[in-house]
Design a protein around this ligand. Structure first.
Ligand code: NAD
Ligand code: UDP
Length: 326
């Protein structure tokens, strides 16, 4: 086993953060999960609470905190469009002030720090598929800007702390990821479609459904995140992490209906403003530098996610935002 470390995961109770915490706890590391439960609930980490090498801190990452750790995974940020547009000013603050606080901690204690950036830094891309060298097409004043520009500014801060102070950084750009522990009411396309299909409700396709996304199963992604954090070659990123399989939203709806055996009908609702028309990662850099690529096909990952949602007691979940915000 590699050397045991003290590891901070901000946003550790969220969808991705909880899987990361679980993997790190199972590997024997001393894990601190920091979260203010803005878009998550304790359910995600309930099974970790009595593990002796797991500690939970309820805290807002935009406020200073002093901890001594060896590695920081900076995952805290509302991630679904419905969640991050719920309080857009708070979203920018999480990305920017949160990054400054965590980078300050990394600088003070000499920790390595990884930033969970996003394919949204490419905006509505006019280069397809997207390589890391593409600088993006983001509307700085649109409804997605709080997230896109917040994450872009966080990348700037990480790069400047690296250049100016020699902080040991890693930047990953995560493409759409799905799986168990997504919040059932986050409004993302995978959770929406599965819940609708299981309930026999109409499947809400925004626009004509020809827009594309590439969907990565969470287990694959967590392998990539950890590979990047523990890469000692001097490669700091940014690196795309995602599954290059590209599907239209209509295809995803049809696949969800087929896998659930649902009688739901497809309906069309207006396309939200600035909704990217296509998205697919080039992952040559991840393959080359990390030896990483996803292995779980969409149908297999969707089945696991459907089983998870089917097992949930939805009464135990708060609806943090209006399900039909669009
Ligand atoms: P999530 O909403 O499930 O998790 C985010 C977590 O951060 C939640 O537990 C939330 O309560 C917490 N949080 C939010 N604001 C906070 C604050 N001010 N202080 C402390 N905690 C706070 O979302 P996720 O899908 O797990 O995303 C995790 C990270 O990965 C985010 O930074 C997101 O931008 C990034 N990302 C995710 C995807 C994806 O497809 N899942 C894609 C690109 C990037
Ligand atoms: N979408 C949809 N129906 C829904 C939810 C989302 O058609 O009920 C579409 C959305 O317009 C976008 C795609 O699915 O084109 C992915 O949306 P999501 O919110 O999951 O994340 P995004 O990739 O846009 O950040």
């Amino acid at each position: 086993m590699s050397e045991l470390k003290r590891i901070l995961v901000t946003g550790g109770a969220g969808f991705l953060g909880s899987h990361l915490c679980e993997r790190l706890v199972d590997a024997g590391h001393d894990v601190i999960c920091l979260d203010n439960f803005f878009t998550s609930q304790k359910n995600n980490i309930h099974h970790l609470l009595d593990r002796p090498n797991f500690e939970l801190i309820r805290h807002d990452v935009t406020l200073p905190i002093y901890l001594e750790v060896d590695q920081i995974y900076n995952m805290a940020c509302p991630a679904s469009p419905v969640h991050y547009q719920h309080d857009p000013i708070a979203t920018t603050k999480v990305s920017v002030a949160g990054a400054i606080n965590m980078l300050g901690m990394a600088k003070r204690v000499g920790a390595r720090i990884l930033q969970a950036s996003t394919s949204e830094v490419y905006g509505d891309p006019d280069v397809h598929p997207q390589p890391e060298s593409y600088r993006g097409n983001v509307n700085p004043i649109g409804p997605r800007a709080c997230y896109d520009e917040g994450k872009r500014c966080a990348e700037t801060l990480f790069s400047d702390y690296h250049r100016q102070h020699g902080v040991d950084i890693r930047i990953i750009r995560i493409f759409n990821t799905y799986g168990p522990r997504m919040h059932p009411y986050d409004g993302r396309v995978v959770s929406n479609f599965i819940l609708q299909a299981l309930a026999g409700e109409d499947i809400t396709i925004y626009g004509d459904g020809s827009q594309t996304r590439s969907f990565c199963f969470v287990d694959d992604l967590v392998n990539g995140i950890m590979a990047m954090m523990n890469n000692d070659s001097g490669f700091v990123g940014p690196v795309n992490l995602g599954n290059p399989g590209e599907f239209t939203i209509k295809q995803l709806a049809e696949m969800t209906i087929e896998l659930t055996g649902s009688k739901s009908k497809l309906i069309h609702l207006p396309l939200p403003a600035d909704d990217p028309t296509q998205r697919k990662p080039l992952i040559d850099l991840a393959q080359d530098k990390l030896g990483w690529e996803p292995t779980i096909p969409l149908a297999e990952g969707l089945k696991k996610t459907i089983d998870y949602f089917a097992s949930l007691d939805l009464d135990h979940y708060r609806k943090p935002t209006n399900h039909t915000l669009h």
